[in-house]
Write a protein that binds this ligand. Structure first.
Ligand SMILES: [Zn+2]
Ligand SMILES: [Zn+2]
Length: 314
């Protein structure tokens, strides 16, 4: 009896169904009522960009809101691919896809074949709310963090008596702002991958040569953190408003209230408004202004990633 040819199965495209998730059900049930209630109170409306993100999530990946028809030449099947919202702040699907695409781009086209180390820098509670609202300030903080780590790497290279060549010691980094902490609390902080060494050139147009550096010791991390801290302190003393000026400048009171509650781990609405939420995370017991703090309350976490960054599947 002739054997039947094996069926060639193409994995094809499996459509996700966002409408089955708890988050989707929650928003579908309550979003418009919630927004209408807020709109009924003058001064409590959420900004347009927040409403746009939330409503966009309810349309993301749902065929009723538009789709493309794609054809697979291997199995000759057609599939419907729903349009996505391309949101940057709320939609888990679009956020996850952007994260994977960015990681694949960095690994394939940006990061060199050198050791890479991740540096994570977090801010004290007293600075988080301001940095979350003021992107120029956040950019300053990011620049300080990046430059100090570069100067640490150059210092290590000098300590090893490496020849600095025609252009001095150069390194490289990709520094990404993450706005949420582990409990989805508002916590702007930085995840950066740094080349774990320095490049030099013997002559101006000569080839770049890489020098690997030893892993940082706790004393090196202390040195780096103390330097970041002192620069941050002078930045904040020099060029930002007082707490009162900052709060009067921010016009959307509701957003500021929600953000402040999120930073400090407190309930923001209802009867429990202002109540601490210790189950989610434990904030500093009494957030004090940074200038009163004798010790740096920022923190640095380091992680060696290896000779190659881990590759994401595209
Ligand atoms: Zn196929
Ligand atoms: Zn989306």
């Amino acid at each position: 009896m002739p054997s039947r040819p094996r069926e060639v199965r193409c994995p094809g495209y499996r459509r996700r169904d966002p409408t089955q998730s708890l988050l989707y059900e929650l928003l579908r049930e309550h979003l418009e009522t919630f927004l209408a209630e807020l709109d009924a109170h003058p001064g409590l409306a959420l900004p347009r960009f927040v409403k746009r993100e939330l409503r966009g999530f309810l349309e993301c990946g749902v065929l009723a809101h538009g789709f493309a028809r794609v054809h697979c030449t291997s199995c000759a099947r057609d599939s419907l691919v729903a349009f996505s919202c391309k949101g940057r702040g709320f939609c888990p699907s679009c956020g996850g896809r952007r994260m994977s695409a960015t990681a694949a781009h960095l690994v394939d086209h940006v990061l060199p074949e050198t050791p890479i180390r991740q540096w994570v820098f977090t801010l004290p509670f007293s600075l988080r709310l301001r940095c979350a609202f003021d992107h120029e300030l956040l950019a300053f903080v990011r620049r300080i963090f990046t430059r100090v780590v570069f100067s640490y790497l150059a210092r290590q290279a000098r300590a090893k008596a490496l020849p600095s060549g025609a252009l001095g010691f150069r390194s490289g980094a990709v520094n990404i702002v993450q706005r949420a902490g582990g409990s989805l609390n508002l916590n702007p902080h930085f995840h950066a991958v740094f080349i774990d060494g320095v490049y030099t050139r013997a002559t101006l147009l000569g080839p770049a040569r890489f020098h690997e550096l030893p892993a940082p010791e706790p004393a090196d991390v202390d040195w780096t953190l103390a330097r970041i801290h002192s620069r941050l302190r002078s930045l904040f003393e020099r060029c930002i408003d007082t707490e009162q000026e900052f709060e009067s400048r921010e016009t959307n009171e509701l957003l500021l209230h929600l953000a402040s509650a999120s930073v400090h781990g407190q309930a923001a609405t209802g009867d429990g408004n202002g109540r601490a939420l210790p189950g989610l995370f434990t904030p500093e017991p009494d957030p004090r202004p940074e200038r009163d703090s004798p010790k740096p309350s920022c923190s640095l976490v380091l992680l060696r990633i290896g000779r190659r960054a881990t590759r994401f599947n595209k």
